[in-house]
Structure formats: C-alpha cells, structure tokens
Write a protein that binds this ligand. Structure first.
Ligand code: BGC
Length: 758
C-alpha cells in the first residue's frame, strides 16, 4: 500500500515537471529499491527465471554465418525464455565499437518488443582493456599491473577500459580477478595480482573503482565482476579447475579479505569459482555463497556462475545425479544468474523446481531483485545502448600513453651484473628467441579472442620487441634470428653465428599465449628448446640480456648464472615492447617489483610469507647442493632493481608499547643515492614474533611508490593499526595476541609491543 501511494504521488510530480527536474526528482524520491519491487511484483515466474539466465551470443548465431544473428534463435531466447543476460563475443573475433553497437541494437529491438522491455545486461571479459573490441587500448595483464605497485595508476588505466567498454555498448565486465594463486604453475596466475593478500586487495579495489567510479549509471562506467569466488587459484596441482584444499582458517586469513575489500568498495557482481574447496564445488556451497558472501560480507549484488558450472555439478563434479538436482543445489546455495551458456536446461529445470515448491519464490525474488537493481543502477532502462560517436577518446593517444606508462612501471629488472644495462644505442645487438617478434606473446590470453592467438592480426600496427629495437636504434644495429620457437628448435646454429657479429645478445624467452585449462603444464621449467638456445648462446661469452615475456615464473635456474641481466616483462600489452626497449636503453628507469616469489626449483615453491619451518636449511645454501636448500627463490616477492640506488634511514615508531585500538605512526627516510631520478616502492612488513598459530616470516601491510631525484630524501609515513597485527586463530576469529612485533622496512627493523611490558 505504502509503495503504491508513494508511486502515485511520484508520478504526479513527474507529470508536472520539466524534463531535467523530472530526472533529478525521480532519483531523489524514487530509490531503486522501489523500482525493483514495483517491477518484480508484475513479473511472471518465466520472466523471473529468464532474468536469471545468461546465454552466450554465439549460441544465437546463424549456422554457417558467423557473426549474424539467427533471428528465430534470438526471438526464442528473448520472447520464449525471456533471458536477462548475454555474454561473449560474436564471431569471428573482436568487433569494432560500431559493430558492437549494431549487435546490441539488434538485441534491444527484441527486448523492446516484450511486455516489460527489461534490457539485457551484456557481459564481457574486458580484463586488460576492452580486450574484445577492435582498436581498444590493451594494457599490461593484471600480474603486470600488480608489479607497478601503483594502485592510482591501475585505477586510471581501468577507467579507460570502462570508457572503451561502454563505447562498445557493453555495461558489464568480468573483471577484476581476485584469485590468490598458491601454485605458480597455475595457468591463470597472470590474471591475478600475485601471491600476496594485501597487494591483491589494494589492486582489486583500484580496479573496482576504475570500472565503477562513483556511479555506474554514468556513460563512461561499467559494473565490475570480482572473480572467481573463492579458492579457484589455489589448486594443489596448479592445474586449472582441479581441487583446492583450503582450511577455513586459511581461507579467511588470505583469500576472503581480498573479496571483502572489493565488496566494501561497492563491486556490483561476483563470479563463482569453477573449482571445489575441501570437496565441495563452490557452486554447490550454501556456506560459501549465502552464509559467508551474502550474509557475512553483506554482498548485495549479483552472484553469477562461471561457464556451464551448474551443468558441471552433474557432469564433472558428480555431486548431483541429475541436472534438476544440480540446478536446485546451486540456486539454493545462492547463485543468482546462471552462465548456462548454450541451452535452456537451467530455465526449464528451475521453472519446474519452483512450480513444485522445491525452490521457494523468496529465493527467486532475491536473485531477480539483485539483477534488476544492477540494471537500474547501470541506467540500462534509459540507455540500453550507447552511441560510439559519443566516445571521441576511444583508442586515443592519451590512453595509449597511459598503457605505455603502465608497462614501463611494471617491467621489473631482476639482475644487472656490473650495470650492463642500460645499453649504449651505438652498439650492435642480436634480438633472438621465440617471443622476440610476436604481439600474441606480449598480450597473452583474453586478447581479441579467448586464447589470444590473433593479436598479431588485430595489433599489427603495434611494435613487437624486435620492431621496437629496430625503431629505437635503427635496423642497421639490430640482427634477428629466432633460434627456436617455444616448443621446437628452428635454427640455433644460425642464432649463434649471428651472435658473433654483435656486442650484446637480447634473448627473448617465455611462454606462448594461453588461459584456463589449455595453459596447464606439467613442469614449471622453461621449455627445452629455449634452454638449449640460452646455453648455446652463453658459450660465446658475449653479454646476454635475458628478456622474460611470460604469464607465470618459468624456472630458469639451469642457465640464469650465465645471463648478465634479466628483465621480466610479464604480459605487458600492446605498448609493452616500446616500454621494454626504453628501459633497456635507459630512457626509462625501471621501477617494477615482483608480485610473487620467482622459484629457483620446482620443488621449492614457498611464498615470501612462509612459515619459519619452511626457511630451515638456509644456512646450508650451496649452489652445488640443491637438495639442501629450502627457502631459495631465484628472486623474491617485492624485489626489483633500478638504475639508481636508494638508502633507507631513520626508521621510527611513535610508540613502542601500544594498547588495543592504538595507532602506531611509522616513518622512514628514503634517499636516492645514485645519479639519476628513480622510483622506489617503500614496503612495510610486520612480523609477529610468537603466536598461537605458527606466525608468518613476515607479512606485507603497507606500501607506497615514490619518485626521488638524485640526492633527494623523502620522509614516508605509514599508520599501523591493531587490525594489521591480527591473524585468524583456530576458532576462525581474527585476533591480535599480546606480545612483540617487528615493523620492517628495507633492512631496518623496529619492535613494538602490544599490551605487554618488554
Ligand atoms: C572463465 C571466466 C570468464 C568466463 C566468461 C570462463 O571460462 O573461467 O573467467 O569470465 O569464462 O567468458
């Protein structure tokens, strides 16, 4: 009654108002909840279940005519099954914004011909730029973004992705990825922010803010989808979609906070992990979806499944003996939308389950309300499709420049013996190796296509590493011989003989383009032909700069000692090669830092925040006795060199003895003690000396990237709270135990004591 009365009054107001007043008034006095409730109250069960159904666009295409809708299939989807969402890319690959606009308009014509005219919410994997739109700016993949250690920069880049995705008429992105990979072989490590909870949380929030801004209804913003909740990146084997074992205590301490921070930042949707945690597929876990995500974390947005994952409860995970049971389990667990993606089993089974009283209408209404709410918030009822002409900055040079900056801030200098880098532009170089002349290795997966195999076609005007070297120092100074492909030998002898004629060898090694299960590997060690090439070249005693272009850290310890310099590029995107070459020649001073431990051995995969027992054996370190070494990464989390040097001095805390609720102000002076301007990431770690759960060796709590001119000193301050001293105890509660803690920045350490005398 109350709602109806309000609505009548509101309609009256709207009728007598001017247009602009009308809009303001409707926002002020007609909150979205009321619009949702009003619409929901008029919807049939079919319409509701349709809203919960998401279909892949290719299932609606005409057979034999890729990229063209089969009108009958589109009508069936929208009029018969009343679907609420579509995802993915029409064939044959990345459409232009104009083409996207046509596709979305065709869909709109059909939804406009329905009774309620509820717009479709279209979703896409725009994970490093609007990566399925031809001409969009492609940024470094997330792992590189993490290596910038600069959340502000990440937010700016993500805002460009939002703009260019909306320019393509798409309002919803399946990004950011908040997985916390525990095995470095995982084929999606590069889609994550690396191994640390705090760094991942900060970066996740930056991306959510970059996508969503203050108001997702604005024409340059999109709804984010944080994924893949939860434990997806933690498979024991490192293989995609295999089981994860994560005790709840551990899940709460390391995995959950990353999601919590992005939810607090307002993330509008969550995608569920295709994996199982402790034997329960997450899609069937009421505890993880309803009790923890929706109730405990108070998540109010849409919970969407991953690809075909309700069907997989029956066919793959075998926890449901029929499709009907699979649908029932997952809807009762709390999923709101099913990425079905290419049939109507979900619709049919759910309709029958509700009709038979096995799934209550309240659960359906909850799901549909969440979906409608986001549609209203995105303003899709008024602006279901955008006009590409309203986006003059699509692919603009300033956005390209931002991608270049992100790449140059991410590229990480891991070794630089005798300051061999930067190189002189007058010297001759050989560019060799399988990743030297390809855009697809620079971009990786989810670039124009799922596996990213078409980057060379779509990004043909962009520079490969070889082309960037030629552009920088002239073709006459650059020789090229690939030597090997990723998996096969081509002509190592030729590469070696060419190397004899140059001053430096730029050895470009790494990985092919991949994502998900096609990227699974059985060994972390770099592929054999690449190692053979590296060893053959190192016999020449010419200086070698190893350039790594890889999604995950492939073991290089078999030949690393023969490399004079090592530069990690990750998957730096379309501007990556330019940034790399500017670093190699010293026009840019490198400032990236590793967001993971780079392993030296494949049975020594500890994280930087290892337990003390994992560090045992350090005193035995000896290169010839590999088996004695325990904690021995090739390069450590947080590590990265610069062409200048920094000195840390005067670490101080404003109090040593602290009570609960107190804040500790920490400050440190950082000086550039070298000859050129450089950027440094000041990293603050905390170490709990003794605790009832074995404490971590150290744990990142704060960081700040700063720029210093030669000789310049900056005082950096951080505030530490009781929260930062907490861990999850055996009762799954966050607690800070009384006792001593160390605050560590660089090599400096200060002790603080919580509620206890020294
Ligand atoms: C992936 C998701 C992605 C979805 C839609 C799945 O296979 O796991 O990350 O968002 O496909 O393309």
């Amino acid at each position: 009654m109350r709602t109806n009365t309000l609505l009548v009054m509101l309609l009256g107001v709207l009728f007598f108002s001017s247009c602009s007043f009308k809009e303001k008034e409707s926002k002020a006095s007609d909150p979205i909840d009321e619009k949702v409730a009003e619409l929901l109250s008029k919807m049939t069960l079919e319409e509701k279940i349709g809203q919960m159904t998401q279909i892949t666009v290719t299932a609606l295409e005409k057979e034999g005519s890729p990229g063209e809708f089969d009108k009958e299939k589109l009508k069936e989807a929208i009029h018969k099954y009343k679907i609420g969402s579509i995802l993915n890319v029409p064939n044959p690959g990345a459409p232009t914004p104009k083409r996207w606009n046509e596709v979305l308009n065709e869909i709109l014509q059909e939804t406009n011909a329905t009774d309620k005219k509820i717009p479709i919410i279209y979703g896409i994997d725009a994970i490093h730029g609007s990566s399925y739109t031809d001409g969009a700016v492609l940024f470094p993949q997330q792992i590189g973004m993490a290596a910038t250690w600069d959340p502000e920069l990440v937010e700016k880049c993500t805002a460009v992705s939002a703009y260019e995705t909306r320019a393509s008429s798409i309002p919803w992105v399946f990004s950011p990825d908040l997985d916390l990979p525990r095995h470095p072989a995982w084929s999606r490590l590069w889609e994550s922010f690396g191994e640390d909870t705090y760094l991942s949380s900060q970066m996740g929030v930056a991306m959510v803010n970059g996508f969503q801004g203050e108001d997702i209804g604005k024409s340059d913003r999109v709804a984010a989808c944080i994924k893949h909740y939860i434990g997806y990146g933690s498979t024991t084997t490192g293989k995609d979609r295999t089981p994860s074992i994560i005790p709840e205590r551990v899940l709460r301490q390391y995995d959950l906070p990353i999601y919590q921070k992005s939810i607090e930042a307002g993330a509008k949707s969550v995608m569920i992990s295709s994996g199982e945690v402790n034997g329960t597929p997450v899609h069937a876990s009421k505890k993880l979806i309803t009790d923890i995500l929706k109730d405990e974390l108070n998540f109010k947005g849409i919970v969407v499944t991953d690809w075909q994952d309700i069907i997989y409860l029956h066919t793959r995970h075998k926890v449901a003996s029929t499709m009907r049971e699979a649908v029932k389990k997952s809807v009762l667990a709390g999923i709101d939308m099913s990425m079905v993606p290419d049939n109507y089993t979900f619709f049919e089974e759910l309709f029958s389950l509700v009709s038979d009283g096995e799934v209550p209408m309240s659960r359906i209404d909850d799901a549909v309300s969440r979906i409608l709410r986001v549609k209203f918030e995105l303003d899709l009822f008024r602006t279901p499709v955008t006009n590409p002409e309203d986006y003059p900055d699509f692919g603009s040079s300033s956005s390209v420049a931002l991608s270049y900056i992100a790449a140059s801030e991410s590229i990480t200098l891991l070794k630089n013996t005798d300051n061999i880098l930067p190189l002189s532009k007058e010297k001759k170089v050989l560019v060799t190796g399988p990743t030297a002349n390809s855009m697809k290795y620079l971009n990786g997966g989810w670039s124009y296509t799922w596996q990213g195999e078409k980057s060379d076609e779509y990004a043909k005007d962009k520079l490969t590493i070889l082309e960037a070297f030629e552009a920088k120092v002239g073709k006459q100074n650059v020789l090229y011989s690939p030597g090997v492909s990723i998996f096969e030998e081509i002509d190592i002898a030729n590469a070696v003989s060419q190397a004899r004629n140059v001053d430096y060898i730029l050895l470009c090694l790494g990985e092919h383009n991949y994502t998900e299960t096609p990227g699974d590997i059985n060994s972390l060690i770099l592929t054999k032909p690449q190692i053979k090439l590296a060893k053959a070249l190192s016999e020449l005693n010419k200086p070698i700069v190893l350039i790594l272009n890889e999604g995950r850290p492939r073991i290089i310890s078999g030949f690393e000692k023969n490399m004079n310099a090592v530069v990690q590029c990750y998957l730096p995107g379309n501007e990556g090669a330019r940034a790399l070459v500017d670093i190699v020649y010293g026009d840019v001073n490198p400032s990236g830092k590793l967001p993971y431990n780079y392993p030296r051995y494949d049975n020594s995969l500890q994280k930087y925040n290892r337990k003390y027992t994992e560090s045992l054996g350090d005193e035995e370190q000896n290169d010839d006795a590999d088996y004695q070494r325990s904690y021995s990464p090739q390069y450590e989390f947080g590590y990265g060199l610069s062409y200048t040097t920094f000195e840390y001095k005067n670490l101080s805390v404003d109090k040593v003895f602290i009570d609960r609720g107190d804040e500790v102000n920490v400050s440190i002076d950082v000086q550039n003690t070298g000859e050129i301007t450089g950027k440094e990431v000041v990293q603050l770690y905390v170490r709990d000396l003794f605790a009832s759960i074995t404490p971590e060796y150290k744990s990142l709590k704060r960081f700040k990237k700063i720029e210093l001119k030669p000789g310049e000193v900056k005082t950096i301050s951080f505030t530490i709270q009781e929260e930062d001293l907490k861990f999850v105890n055996e009762n799954n509660e966050w607690i800070a135990e009384s006792g001593e803690f160390e605050i560590m920045i660089g090599e400096l350490v200060k002790k603080i004591v919580l509620e206890k005398e020294l």
